[in-house]
Write a protein that binds this ligand. Structure first.
Ligand code: T1G
Length: 733
């Protein structure tokens, strides 16, 4: 192998193209490496003649360069020691959970993944992987390069690269079909799902499932008693189930899943070497692509968002009992989150009847759920959940709570009186949270003696389903309340972000200009909700704006605008465009959306929107003949999504978000922004480019100077002028 040259040996391209120093110097560097950090990353021991390798690179034993070097050096040492077999184990949390994602996009380091996999597959002694935790991506590929796989009963395996916009590039697309067949392999890689030990054994992906305590010993027994058996020698039969592969192809709309299916097809009719070359070529096309960059941006964004500078997880209150004030849709959903994660909760309502109704409402929701209907949620498990749930109509019932979440309707006076009551009966250490989506947390906190214990916990409807939790720090919210809310988000397995306390926090604040621009588009002659929504769906939004409004309820938006004095033309600022007048008219016509069977669309079939001539007639009254008659889908995307991203930069410059990637997490996990676009900030800055974003916004603003949200945010403009990327944002604050 000649260093610096792209090689055909499954070397993951991005990891092999760096001509630093001569071949000889690089090799020397490799052995130095294998002598130093790599040997600390992989511990070597000989056990009755069997070499046992322990990968020790916390937190997840990712297969970074040092681990790869350590594995290759240890294999060579085992052969030099005439070992009779070799077992590889992960120390700590897990068997290697994949390539080291932090190495992506950085200068490549040897040895290549291909070299590591070949060393284990081509070894002349039997090799086995002893799998615990989550053997994912390159980790599972390493296991499949071993001749045998022993798995602990609670472990999981998988190839989730598709979630990073890439494919398993270390032989996974060629070895998995050889172990489990083309159909199952394609399904596992296209979905990126984790596979349980039981299923992995049934599929033939592993050879044995044992108790964790016996894992290493059992793996040693296997290599002591088994011959060399190379996965590459297995031939792959064609797809058996044409329907399921057709469904898989239909759902494979993004680049990575398409390439994965092509690789499995290549495995069917090619020998291993050709299949690996095909896989490598597809991997090179994907790595560094817009979709891969976007999804990898989100991988780290979703891990960074739970970290709050200056607030330590140790500050969190130990929550052993929770309370929820309000047994309506949101209150019930929040209570379900608590009991779903084993936390006792009391729902407080205004009367005993309402309290009882809240409990039966929760039970009914569980019984209607697909989990219950499909038996995943058993009667017994449901009973256990309901045993954690109680309700009351006397606030004293919440006196022993460690956390109380208020979820009543949006009225400041009502919320303040509830918080005053809570302040009176709860422990001083109890954290008081509000699920408000628009009102000021600091305004609510003013009702209690110690405002430091008041924080916002903004769940999204339905709270027991939606992944996002937007916590809100008021001006007087203390570190304990912030830490408790963030820790609770993790405990409830929510994607948790911290926002500042201003109108609409992060998500709803940005929803405002996005929605206003969608409404303003209706003034063009050819534009109705159908065109706007079709353009947004085509872009990848989970839902069009008008479909989303009908789901949320057009009366909610109208009530918020009325509370802000906007629905009365006389009290509005005439110098500012108001595009929501058509939405006000829709609400006044009682078209509240799905809940009444008509909104921007008609819903003859529940949840299925269809065009309604009555809406076209209503909108016709708001058409503006002075505007260009026709808008295109491209115009819709430009106007709605650039207005959204622009507001994101305002949110950032005002300190309402801790980092731009938090904004992307909010919109991809709470508002249906497509993950393969990375979020509004990453898309605008690193895909479109800030210079173009700025120029487009300036042109839109020049045409409509009475629309303040179209004026480029200062942070955006400064970064654009400097040709900056999203990662440089802090330099411009
Ligand atoms: N590389 C680098 N860092 C990683 C990592 C990885 N693969 N996986 C996790 N981390 C970090 C993470 O950023 C966090 O850091 C800490 O570990 C704990 O993670 C050749 C090219 C394993 C199921 O996609 O799914 O192999 O925030 O908070 O909830 O074909 O992490 O503490 O600083 O998520 O217990 C394929 C990705 C890679 C698996 C554990 N592998 N990881 O979940 O902890 S591509 C993956 C996970 C690949 C090959 C290709 C999860 C987990 P920090 P965490 P967790």
């Amino acid at each position: 192998m000649v260093l610096g040259q792209p090689s055909m040996d499954g070397n993951l391209g991005v990891l092999a193209l760096h001509p630093r120093g001569s071949g000889k110097e690089q090799l020397e560097l490799l052995w130095q490496l294998s002598r130093s950090s790599s040997m600390s990353a992989v511990r070597y021991a000989l056990r009755n003649g069997v070499a046992v390798l322990h990968v020790t690179s916390p937190p997840v034993n990712a297969l970074g360069a040092a681990v790869r070097a350590g594995l290759v050096a240890s294999m060579e040492r085992a052969l030099a020691d005439s070992a009779t077999g070799l077992v590889v184990v992960g120390d700590g949390l897990t068997f290697p959970a994949g390539a080291d994602i932090t190495e992506f996009g950085k200068p490549p380091m040897e040895p290549s993944f291909g070299e590591v996999m070949r060393a284990f597959e081509d070894a002349d002694i039997p090799t086995a992987a002893a799998i615990h935790g989550t053997a994912l991506g390159g980790g599972f590929e390493l296991a499949m390069s071993c001749h045998y796989r022993v798995m602990s009963s609670c472990a999981r395996v998988g190839l989730p690269e598709v979630h990073l916009g890439i494919l398993p590039g270390a032989g996974g697309t060629q070895r998995l079909p050889r172990l489990v067949g083309a159909d199952a392999a394609a399904e596992i890689m296209v979905t990126g799902r984790q596979v349980s030990a039981e299923e992995a054994l049934a599929l033939g992906a592993v050879d044995a499932v044992v108790a964790k305590a016996d894992l290493e010993a059992e793996a040693v027994k296997v290599v002591e008693a088994s011959p060399v058996r190379r996965t590459k020698a297995v031939l792959v039969d064609g797809f058996k189930d044409a329907d399921s592969i057709a469904k898989l192809k239909a759902r494979a709309t993004l680049d990575a899943p398409k390439s994965i299916i092509q690789c499995v097809e290549a495995a069917v009719c090619n020998d291993m070497q050709d299949g690996l070359a095909f896989e490598e070529a597809r991997f090179r096309e994907l790595q560094g692509s817009t979709q891969a960059n976007a999804l990898q941006h989100l991988f780290f964004a979703e891990r960074a968002c739970s970290k709050v500078p200056g607030v330590s997880p140790e500050d969190a209150v130990d929550v052993r009992a929770a309370g929820v004030v309000g047994g309506g849709t949101m209150g019930r959903g929040i209570a379900m989150c608590f009991v779903d994660n084993g936390l006792p909760v009391t729902i407080l309502e205004t009367s005993a009847d309402a309290a009882a109704a809240a409990i039966s409402g929760v039970e009914e929701t569980y019984r209607r759920s697909s989990a219950f209907k499909r038996g995943r949620l058993t009667e017994e498990a449901l009973t256990a959940k309901l045993n954690l749930l109680s309700s009351a109509s006397d606030v004293d019932a919440l006196k022993d709570c460690d956390l109380v979440v208020e979820a009543v309707f949006e009225d400041m006076a009502v919320k303040r009186s509830i918080f005053a009551d809570l302040d009176r009966v709860t422990k001083p250490s109890c954290v008081l949270a509000s699920n408000t989506s628009t009102l000021s947390i600091d305004g609510i906190a003013g009702a209690v003696a110690d405002p430091a214990r008041v924080v916002g916990m903004h769940f999204f409807s339905p709270a027991n389903v939606m992944r996002l939790l937007e916590n809100v720090r008021g001006a007087r919210t203390g570190p304990a309340a912030v830490a408790t809310a963030m820790a609770m988000g993790k405990r409830l397995r929510k994607t948790t972000v911290l926002a500042g306390d201003d109108f609409g926090f992060i998500g709803n604040r940005m929803l405002e200009p996005y929605g206003r621009e969608c409404l303003a588009l209706l003034r063009h002659a050819n534009c109705g909700p159908e065109l706007v929504d079709a353009a947004l769906l085509e872009y990848g939004m989970a839902m069009g704006f008008f479909q989303m409004s009908d789901l949320a309820g057009n009366d909610i938006g109208y009530a918020v605008r009325t509370s802000l004095g906007l629905t009365d033309a006389a009290s509005r600022d005439p110098a500012v465009e108001y595009s929501a007048d058509v939405a006000d008219a829709l609400a006044r016509a009682g078209r509240f959306g799905q809940k009444v069977g008509r909104g921007w669309y008609a819903y003859e079939t529940p949840r299925v929107p269809s065009s309604d001539p009555a809406v076209a007639e209503l909108i016709a009254g708001f058409k503006d003949a002075s505007l260009a008659p026709d808008v295109t889908r491209g115009d819709v995307v430009d106007r709605a999504l650039l207005a959204l991203a622009n507001e994101g930069f305002r949110v950032l410059e005002e300190g309402l978000a801790l980092r731009p990637s938090d904004i992307d997490v909010v919109w991809t996990s709470g508002y249906g922004f497509p993950r393969h676009r990375g979020g509004p900030m990453q898309w605008a800055a690193d895909d479109v480019g800030l210079a173009e974003v700025k120029a487009t916004l300036e042109a839109l603003h020049a045409a409509r100077p009475d629309v303040p949200y179209l004026k480029p945010a200062k942070l955006l403009a400064d970064m654009a002028d400097a040709g900056a990327k999203l990662g440089d944002w802090e330099k411009f604050l």
